[in-house]
Unconditional design. Structure first.
Length: 325
């Protein structure tokens, strides 16, 4: 039984979904969405705020400010509320509407950077607005998730060793790539402690992570429109890229079995499925785990909305039929 006093103390990390029955995949899905922030980002948020407090960067008079497309903003909102801190989230129009409402419900201020960058993304615009806010307000402190070592240390110290404990015979770990915090923390821990485990980074097509060309992306979470400093430290064994169309298909396939998962999870599972189909055909069977960043309730108006999917990606059912035919 878990008894907590504040909302940022709960890290429910013991739930794994065995996808052998659902998808006929030798894959266990580590569900990180069962906490009060609803995502794996609660680990990074708690770690970065605790680090800033230890370094004397923030106190009860400070205002935390951060750029986020969604989940980290909610996680920081939870930690800030639990610790009676002020938080301003700088987000953009791609942020799910329900996520914006969640942050405001938790007492955070939400500022939207609505001028896209030259490539149609908003990351540079968000960071520029954060810098502007900090310049105008002496009490504002930017945690800078993109370069903050406390981001990846949260996963080096917690996420990775917990997976290793539950799966002592682990062969392969699949991790989605956004800022690189989860990937880098887990990759570095396994390199230091269990170097035989293969680390597979899963990224979305259109992301510039790992030196690839930019392209349009519509779902928040994975991917980046400019190189992420933390990703350079990850050095995964392999990289798998997934089209957002396949992300949506996988999310909906899982939902038909009662598992309503987030877009990042659909991407990671889709990439893992493709990799396992190519590499897990022999004997003995591989022991593999994929990290599920969040659940699907925040994607009801996007991934799970038929009209949004058709307007964004076209008729996926017809496209699937044509590719199968």
């Amino acid at each position: 039984m878990a008894i907590i006093s504040t909302a940022d103390e709960l890290f429910d990390s013991d739930v794994y979904v065995d996808l052998a029955q659902t998808l006929r995949l030798p894959l266990h899905l580590k569900c990180e969405g069962f906490n009060f922030a609803g995502s794996v980002k609660l680990r990074a948020a708690t770690s970065m705020i605790a680090s800033a407090e230890r370094l004397g960067l923030i106190d009860e008079h400070a205002t935390i400010v951060e750029s986020s497309s969604g989940n980290l903003g909610v996680a920081l909102s939870v930690v800030a509320a639990a610790r009676s801190l002020r938080f301003v989230c700088v987000t953009d129009p791609k942020c799910n509407p329900s996520t914006v409402k969640l942050m405001r419900a938790l007492g955070s201020e939400v500022v939207v950077a609505d001028r896209p960058d030259a490539d149609g993304s908003y990351l540079s615009a968000r960071k520029a607005l954060v810098r502007e806010l900090c310049a105008r307000n002496s009490g504002y402190v930017w945690l800078n998730q993109y370069e903050n070592p406390a981001n990846w240390l949260a996963h080096y110290e917690n996420t990775a060793p917990l997976i290793a404990k539950q799966f002592p015979g682990l062969d392969v770990l699949f991790i989605g790539t956004g800022t690189g915090g989860t990937l880098t923390g887990c990759a570095r821990w396994f390199r230091d402690n269990r170097p035989g485990v293969r680390i597979i980074a899963v990224d979305t097509v259109g992301s510039v992570n790992f030196g690839m060309a930019p392209g349009p992306r519509h779902l928040p979470g994975l991917g980046a429109s400019e190189p992420m400093p933390l990703v350079a430290e990850a050095r995964p064994d392999e990289i798998v890229r997934v089209h957002e169309r396949d992300t949506v298909r996988m999310c909906r396939r899982l939902a038909r079995h009662g598992f309503l998962m987030g877009g990042s999870t659909g991407t990671v599972v889709s990439g893992a499925a493709r990799w396992l189909e190519q590499h897990a055909t022999g004997s003995p069977a591989l022991t593999s785990v994929a990290i599920s960043a969040d659940m699907g309730d925040r994607y009801i108006e996007t991934v799970y909305d038929d009209a949004w999917v058709r307007s964004t990606y076209g008729d996926l059912d017809k496209e699937q039929e044509e590719s199968n035919g």
